[in-house]
Design a protein. Structure first.
Length: 527
């Protein structure tokens, strides 16, 4: 008689055991009989061996996502059993063993409303392991995509395409909710919620490249936890390489992989770490600048009308000011005539369609609105990047030369292209940082100092209108006059890490237009 068998042997070697079990399809052998001979044991079972349940084509998973299990069952249920969810005890590729209608539950149990709330709150990713959510919110949570059903619901073709893109993405290792206490666990969940909405909204934009989507993953299960602990900011390069999805910075992946490691290792930085009070003399002797020595030198100049707005104390002052940033206001950086000339040139040469509306947006994690519906900034911008116009030429020759003279630094290779910004009545810029984490891996390094030059004053009689507001600096409001320059450090002196207190906003303009220049000084050459 011929038997078809698989086997597992048990080797008894000291305290260790290595098991091998033999299974045979034979009626005359009692189930679970075990034979041992010379320290080798064999377990025999009468259960027949099931044929392998697998896909026979590499495209089965994609076909299943596109609905072919229903449309072409004769082929699919034979050749793509795993992707179509026909393997006993296994989850299918995107269908998780449920039926193929791919609809939310509508049996009077209230789940349709719950499903929409889960999507709005970003809870689909957190509750994905729940059988109830898997079975009853499959369409809303994008556990599957049924194009015909979505069209019947009136969903646009653009939205259907976005859902298909999301389903085709590999988000990497599933995240776990972890934390040492309830606060950390809550923060971890909030990070997962934000990540869920980000992956479904931002990463399905038409502007996102295939490379970004394919690399937008979490490579370890702790990514959301690390992100909730602030590691996207404190260890940016590590997190971009390991957890770009959790950090919600996948748009920068192309730049990241093309720029990391490209800076020359011997390039001299414009600023070096060092506490102002300990290293200022050493910095002067070496010819290098710490952030503190730079601002102290500026204030000490008699030919410059510079006023220190905030600065870190040396411990002798109030402890509240110990960790304040360096911030300086310079009056009459531009003369009134120079400001008027820039304004006249912009009106003569820059037509209305040359002013680009702000492209900086946010996502409302509560109602799940698309990011373009919620601008962080309401303004118009002209950016001079090597333009040959008279306006841009004058910005380069006058503003940049004056900045080099003011700072006593060679800024040609460290200064960003100047932005010419206009805020009309109602214009604003909500709370934000000038420091950009993706600069950490770029050739130029971080924005060390941010600079704003005001060309016109708002006619609003209230002090807040058009002012720079700093909530973390005891609600400081700074309203520069025409021709004034406001600059501050985005980094701490000692370790050159992001300064938490320079998060700021431009208060809404009520009357008149406000024009200003903005630029930033980088630690290394950006060219």
């Amino acid at each position: 008689m011929i038997y078809k068998t698989t086997a597992t042997l048990i080797f008894c070697l000291g305290a260790s055991q290595f098991q091998l079990v033999i299974t045979a399809n034979a009626e005359h052998i009692d189930q679970d009989d075990i034979f041992c001979e010379d320290d080798v044991c064999t377990k025999i079972s009468s259960e027949p061996i099931a044929p392998a349940c697998k896909d026979t084509h590499t495209a089965c998973r994609d076909w299943a996502f596109e609905g072919e299990c229903d449309a072409n069952p004769r082929y699919m249920l034979q050749s793509c059993q795993q992707s179509c969810g026909r393997c006993p005890g296994e989850l299918s590729a995107g269908f998780e063993g449920h039926d193929f209608n791919c609809l939310d539950s509508d049996d009077g149990d209230g789940f349709p409303k719950l499903c929409s709330e889960l999507v709005a709150l970003g809870d689909c990713m957190i509750m994905k392991e729940s059988d109830t959510v898997e079975g009853k919110c499959r369409s809303s949570c994008l556990f599957c995509v049924n194009e015909e059903a979505l069209r019947e619901e009136g969903i646009s073709e653009e939205e259907i395409q976005r859902r298909k893109i999301y389903r085709s993405m590999d988000l990497g290792i599933p995240q776990v909710n972890m934390g040492r206490d309830k606060v950390e666990q809550h923060n971890n969940q909030e990070q997962m919620r934000a990540m869920d909405i980000y992956s479904k909204r931002d990463m399905t934009e038409a502007s996102i490249t295939n490379t970004m989507q394919s690399k937008c993953q979490n490579h370890i299960k702790e990514c959301a936890y690390y992100a909730s602990k602030g590691m996207c900011e404190s260890r940016t390069v590590f997190m971009m390489g390991t957890c770009p999805l959790a950090c919600m910075m996948c748009e920068g992946l192309d730049d990241f992989h093309s720029a990391v490691g490209k800076r020359h290792p011997l390039e001299t930085p414009l600023f070096v770490p060092g506490n102002t009070f300990q290293y200022i003399e050493e910095a002067k002797e070496s010819g290098l600048n710490t952030i503190g020595s730079f601002f102290d030198s500026l204030i000490a100049r008699e030919d410059v009308k510079a006023q220190m707005v905030t600065e870190p104390s040396d411990g002798e002052k109030s402890s509240d000011s110990k960790d304040e940033p360096h911030m300086v206001l310079v009056e009459d950086f531009l003369t009134s005539e120079e400001c008027d000339e820039f304004l006249n040139q912009s009106k003569a040469q820059a037509q209305e369609d040359n002013w680009a509306a702000s492209s900086i947006h946010k996502i409302d994690h509560f109602d799940g609105k698309h990011s373009s519906e919620l601008p962080l900034r309401s303004s118009q911008t002209l950016t001079c990047k090597g333009s040959g116009s008279l306006l841009c030429t004058n910005i380069s020759t006058i503003v940049n030369e004056k900045l080099s003279s003011l700072t006593n630094l060679d800024l040609e290779d460290h200064l960003e292209a100047t932005e010419y910004v206009r805020y009309v009545p109602g214009g604003y810029y909500t709370l934000h940082n000038e420091f950009r984490f993706h600069d950490e891996w770029r050739i130029g390094g971080p924005r060390v100092i941010s600079i704003f030059i005001v060309l016109s004053e708002t006619e609003d009689v209230r002090v807040s209108g058009g002012s720079f507001g700093f909530p973390a600096l005891d609600w400081l409001l700074v309203r520069p006059k025409k021709g004034s320059l406001l600059m501050w450090s985005n980094l701490n002196d000692e370790d050159m890490k992001p300064h938490i207190k320079v998060k700021h906003e431009l208060m809404p303009v009520k009357e008149g237009d406000v024009y200003m220049f903005s630029t930033h000084i980088h630690q290394f050459s950006i060219r």
